[in-house]
Design a protein around this ligand. Structure first.
Ligand code: URA
Ligand code: SF4
Length: 228
């Protein structure tokens, strides 16, 4: 999957790919700086900026969301909006110290549509093509942090690391080896555990559905903590 686009977009000048923007060397700070200037796909347009990962750069546990939301885009920091607050609570309830994890997103720019009044920016899921374009940043973070386990939150992150046929409904909750595919991030020992996205819990509204989804998220995070 690395460097190729299997959704019909062949290589060529129009190919989306962050690879040319990655620094040849350097650690997390060099990557963060370089990512600020990424033009690997059109999502950098109309946003405030790149939202790179945050947290412990040597964490044993890394969590991968979908993409920054409205608030994350404005503040330049991952998971600081409503989904981030819910995730913080779920981590606490699972007995995980948020200061000891590395938090990032599969896609580093906010994708949105405007409502009729152009006052509100409404989240739009990134395409597979955009997700694959941004994947080199995610693989670089995986290589730099070198966690023991990575938790994917929702479908986009799951597809980014487990392949386009990933389905959260059937593939969640069980640690498994990260498929290598020669991507340089899978070191043979790195495991991945998929779960739902905190936004899915928020979207479920009030009542029993929401409680059940939240309990499932916490249970999966607890499985992740126990697997370390
Ligand atoms: N949703 C995500 O997936 N990531 C964020 O940073 C915020 C909301
Ligand atoms: Fe680059 Fe990713 Fe932003 Fe696209 S979404 S411009 S690939 S950082």
């Amino acid at each position: 999957m690395n460097g190729t686009h299997d959704d019909g977009a062949g290589p060529g000048p129009e190919a989306y790919d962050a690879t040319p923007f990655l620094p040849a060397r350097g650690g997390m700070p060099a990557h963060r700086r370089a990512a600020a200037d990424c033009r690997g796909c059109p999502l950098f347009e109309n946003t405030t900026g790149t939202v790179f990962g945050r947290g412990d750069a040597h964490a044993r546990l890394m969590l991968v969301g979908e993409q920054p939301g409205d608030q994350e885009d404005r503040e330049g920091e991952a998971f600081v909006g409503p989904a981030g607050r819910l995730l913080s609570r779920a981590l606490r309830d699972a007995g995980i110290d948020e200061d000891e994890v590395y938090l990032t997103n599969a896609v580093k720019h906010f994708k949105f549509t405007q409502d009729e009044t152009r006052k509100r920016r409404i989240h739009k899921a990134p395409s597979l093509r955009e997700t694959l374009a941004c994947r080199p940043w995610l693989l670089a973070e995986l290589r730099l942090v070198s966690p023991e386990l990575v938790v994917t939150l929702g479908a986009t992150a799951g597809r980014a690391l487990l392949g386009p046929s990933f389905r959260v409904g059937t593939d969640r909750g069980v640690p498994r080896p990260l498929p290598d595919e020669g991507n340089g991030a899978g070191n043979g020992e790195l495991r991945v555990l998929a779960t739902v996205h905190p936004s899915a819990v928020l979207r479920a509204g009030g009542g029993g559905d929401r409680e059940e989804l939240y309990a499932g998220l916490v249970a999966d995070l607890r499985t992740a903590a126990d697997a370390l």
